[in-house]
Design a protein around this ligand. Structure first.
Ligand code: 5AD
Ligand code: SF4
Length: 470
C-alpha cells in the first residue's frame, strides 16, 4: 500500500479530531458473504491505520455499510437501516456516511440513493476498494472545509484495482480469510454476482503464499481461502495452475502450523486431484461446502449449473469414499421460476441421499438483470414459503442424523470466543466446521485444544475440556 496516502490520512484525521473535540469513532456494518467480510477487514485496516477508533455503535462519526445484493431482502435491510442513520446525522452534522459493496454496483440503487438518501456522503463499489483511502481523504477535507453536503459517487467497472495491498485489521487475531480469486464466470441464471463482482481473476500463487506467510508470523492458526468458485482457480493466470495444485502447495508449506479451509466449490469443477490433495493433508479441514441449489435435473439445467442430480450424487460418493468422515454442506434454493412440487420432492430426496451435515436454504429472489428474472412462471411467495418449510425440515433431519456421530469423540477445537449467553462458557469450531460450546477460560481463545463432545444438538455440539489447561 502507498504509505504516503496513509501518512496524509493520519494528519487529516488528526485535524478532523480537533474539529470534533475527540478521537473520531468509525463503525463498519457488513452484510453478506465471506468476501464482504474480508473487504471490511481492509476498510477497517485503513481506518485504524489512519487514527480512527473502531466501534460497534452506528451512532458514530463515520459509518460504512458494506452491502450485499445477492437477494432482495439484503437490499431492503440496508434501506431500512438508512432511516435510522438520518437521525444520527441530524444529531451529529459532522458525521460521515458511506455505502459500498455489491449493491452499489447496481445503477438502480445509486439512483435511489441519489434521489432519496441525500445525507449519504460517499458511495463506492466492489471494483474500487483500493481507492478507499483517497476517497476518505477527500471526504475528510470536505468536512474540514465545512462543506455540508459533500456527495461523491465513484463506481467503476474495471477490474484493474489492487485492493490486496490495503492494510487490514482482522476480525479475529487467530483466523483470517485470504482471497485467492475474485469474480465469477459461471452466470448461474439466478445470480447477480458475475454482474457486480465481474469476471474471474486469480491472484498469483507467489502473492498468496507471501500473504499466508505473513499471517502465520502474525499468529494466525486457521486460514480460509476465498473465491466465488475456488475450483476454477488459476485458469486466468499467465502460467495456469489448478486449485488442487495451490492447496497442495499451501498445505505442504504450512503443515502442522496452519489449518486450511476454503470456500466455495462449484460441483462442476471439483477435480479428482482436489479430493486426493484433501485426503493427503491432515491440516486441510474435513469440510467441504458444495452448493447443489436443486435436486431436479430440469431446474438445474434452467439454473445453468452444468451438472445433473446423478453427477452430484456420484461426486458425493467419490468424496466420501476418499474421506468417510468429511462434513459436506450445501446451499439450496427454493421457488426458482417454473419449479413445481415434484421438483421440490426431488430436492428433498437428494437431501436424504446426500446426508448433508448442514445446508443454507434460501427462497429464490428475483434479481433484475439476471436471465431468471425474465423467465415465465415465477412462483408465488406463499407456495415457495410452504416448500421452504418442507425443505428446511429435511435439512434439519439430515443435520441431526449426521452430527450425532461426534458424541463421545475427543476432537481438536480452535477456540473462537466467549459464549455470549452463558458466563464461564466458551465456543470453538471442530475441523468439520461445527461449533462446540463448553466450559472454559477465555484465555484459551485462539488455541487448539482437545474437547470431548458430550452431546449433539443438531446444528451445534456441547462438550467438555479434557486438558488441564483451563
Ligand atoms: N435468490 C436466492 N438465493 C440466491 N443465491 C444466489 N442468488 C440467489 C437468488 N437470486 C444463493 C445461492 C448461492 C448462495 C450464496 O446464495 O444458493 O449458493
Ligand atoms: Fe453466482 Fe453461480 Fe457464480 Fe456462485 S457460481 S457466484 S451462484 S454465478
Amino acid at each position: 500500500m502507498d504509505t504516503e496516502i496513509i501518512r496524509q490520512l493520519k494528519q487529516t484525521v488528526t485535524d478532523y479530531a480537533s474539529m470534533l473535540g475527540c478521537r473520531p469513532r468509525a463503525c463498519i456494518v457488513t452484510f453478506g458473504c465471506q468476501m464482504n467480510a474480508r473487504d471490511s477487514e481492509k476498510l477497517r485496516g485503513v481506518l485504524s491505520a489512519s487514527g480512527f477508533e473502531l466501534t460497534d455503535s452506528e451512532d458514530c462519526d463515520f459509518l460504512i455499510y458494506n452491502t450485499c445484493t445477492v437477494r432482495e431482502n439484503a437490499n431492503t435491510r440496508v434501506y431500512g437501516r438508512l432511516g435510522k442513520v438520518k437521525s444520527y446525522k441530524k444529531k451529529n452534522p459532522l458525521m460521515m456516511v458511506a455505502l459500498c459493496g455489491c449493491m452499489m454496483q447496481e445503477k438502480s440503487v445509486t439512483d435511489e440513493i441519489g434521489s432519496k438518501y441525500g445525507f449519504v456522503d460517499l458511495v463506492f463499489g466492489t471494483f474500487n476498494l483500493d481507492r478507499f483511502p483517497y476517497l476518505l481523504e477527500d471526504l475528510l477535507r470536505a468536512r474540514l472545509e465545512e462543506q455540508p453536503c459533500f456527495t461523491r459517487v465513484e463506481i467503476i467497472d474495471s477490474t484493474e484495482n489492487d485492493a490486496d495491498r490495503l492494510p487490514s485489521a482482522r476480525n479475529y487475531p487467530f483466523k483470517a480469510g485470504v482471497n485467492i480469486m475474485y469474480g465469477c464466470n459461471n452466470f448461474c441464471s439466478y445470480c447477480i454476482v458475475p454482474y457486480v463482482r465481474g469476471r474471474e481473476r486469480s491472484r498469483e500463487p507467489s502473492e498468496i503464499l507471501e500473504e499466508i506467510r505473513y499471517l502465520r508470523e502474525d499468529g494466525v492458526r486457521e486460514i480460509m481461502l476465498l473465491g466465488q468458485n475456488v475450483n476454477s482457480y488459476g485458469k486466468t493466470l499467465n502460467r495456469p495452475k489448478s486449485f488442487a495444485w495451490l492447496l497442495d502447495r499451501i498445505a505442504g508449506e504450512f503443515s502442522s502450523e496452519l489449518l486450511i479451509r476454503f470456500m466455495t466449490s462449484h460441483p462442476k469443477d471439483l477435480s479428482d486431484d482436489l479430493i486426493r490433495v484433501m485426503a493427503d493433508h491432515n491440516n486441510i479441514c474435513e469440510h467441504i461446502h458444495l452448493p447443489v441449489q436443486a435436486g431436479s435435473d430440469r431446474i438445474l439445467q434452467a439454473m445453468n449449473r452444468h451438472y445433473t442430480r446423478e453427477d452430484y450424487l456420484a461426486l458425493i460418493d467419490k468424496i466420501r469414499s476418499a474421506m468417510p468422515d468429511i462434513a459436506i454442506t450445501t446451499d439450496i434454493m427454493v421457488g426458482f421460476p417454473s419449479e413445481t412440487e415434484t421438483d421440490i420432492d426431488q430436492t428433498i430426496d437428494l437431501i436424504g441421499r446426500s446426508g448433508f451435515d448442514n445446508a443454507f436454504t434460501f427462497l429464490y429472489s428475483r434479481r433484475t438483470g439476471t436471465p431468471a428474472a425474465a423467465m415465465e412462471d415465477q412462483v408465488d411467495g406463499e407456495t415457495a414459503s410452504r416448500w421452504f418449510d418442507k425443505v428446511l425440515e429435511a435439512v434439519h433431519c439430515s443435520a441431526r442424523e449426521r452430527n450425532r456421530r461426534f458424541a463421545g469423540r475427543i476432537m481438536p477445537v480452535l477456540v473462537e470466543q466467549e459464549n455470549r449467553h452463558n458466563d464461564g462458557w466458551i465456543s470453538g469450531r471442530i475441523s468439520h466446521n461445527l461449533l462446540v460450546h463448553f466450559k472454559g477460560s477465555p484465555k484459551l481463545i485462539g488455541k487448539i485444544i482437545p474437547v470431548k463432545i458430550t452431546e449433539s444438538k443438531g446444528f451445534y455440539l456441547m462438550g467438555e475440556t479434557v486438558s488441564d489447561e483451563d
